[in-house]
Design a protein around this ligand. Structure first.
Ligand code: URA
Length: 241
């Protein structure tokens, strides 16, 4: 990270205030006075101001209950983004770990920990992702079997086996079926395409968990909170990061 950004993150003021501070000669990096705002700070560097060592937690982890209507991106010209929903105190370099469709709700992890994100998203790691959904059309035990075998959704390869559970059957023709599904991949529109492949339609989709990380039931759509130490530890343990 650039030194001026690092100093801002440490709460030493705006970019222009930090530039003045650097010019004054008060800032040292590993014991040497540094005046250039653009020099890069690594995790192992010690930054001090007037002899006081700063500590900036370089890595941050936030859980967002993504609402429908916003996009899983850091910038968008048309729609609200998931990073727009983070509070002011969150770091500016956070990004969403994977994408949920604009109309999908639920668990989204935002971090600047590229290594952890890479592991969680790697197609080779098969991290479990659990979703709850409302499906138009009757979901049957036959579908459960088909999902367990893997489905042709028009990609080169069939989907990996998915666990489909029927949670509430429709009582009338107009009612939807509530299901829970566990997938181990993250293909584009995967769940919607899996149901399409068996002649059904997803009308509501919400992610409940990703690996060991579970959506906090106290978060309403649009709300977020930093991850707890034990949640970070569990994610790091399971990914080996
Ligand atoms: N599968 C989908 O179809 N959409 C999502 O947002 C996530 C999984």
């Amino acid at each position: 990270m650039r030194l001026d950004k690092y100093l801002c993150e440490a709460g030493l003021g705006t970019r222009s205030q930090v530039k003045k501070l650097l010019k004054s000669g008060a800032v040292t990096v590993n014991g040497k006075t540094v005046c250039k705002p653009e020099i890069k700070i690594e995790e192992a560097d010690t930054v001090a101001v007037s002899g006081q060592t700063l500590s900036v937690s370089a890595l941050e982890y936030w859980m967002l209950c993504k609402p429908a209507g916003c996009v899983s991106a850091t910038e968008d010209s048309r729609f609200q983004t998931v990073t727009d929903l983070l509070p002011r105190e969150a770091r500016r370099d956070l990004f969403p770990v994977g994408r949920l469709d604009r109309d999908t709700e639920g668990l989204l992890l935002l971090t600047n920990d590229g290594k952890l994100a890479h592991f969680l998203l790697s197609p080779r790691r098969h991290v479990d992702k659990v979703y709850e959904a409302e499906i138009r059309g009757k979901v049957t035990e036959e579908h459960v079997k088909l999902f367990a075998e893997g489905l042709d959704i028009g990609d080169e390869k069939k989907t990996l086996p998915a666990v489909l559970e029927i949670q509430r059957e429709p009582r009338t023709q107009d009612e939807t079926t509530r299901i829970r599904i566990t997938i181990r991949e993250g293909r584009f529109h995967q769940i919607k395409r899996m149901f399409e492949a068996v002649g059904c339609e997803v009308v509501y989709l919400c992610r409940l968990s990703m690996g060991s990380l579970k959506l906090d039931k106290n978060l309403k759509p649009g709300e977020c909170r930093p991850l707890k130490e034990e949640e970070i530890k569990a994610l790091k343990e399971e990914t080996g990061c």
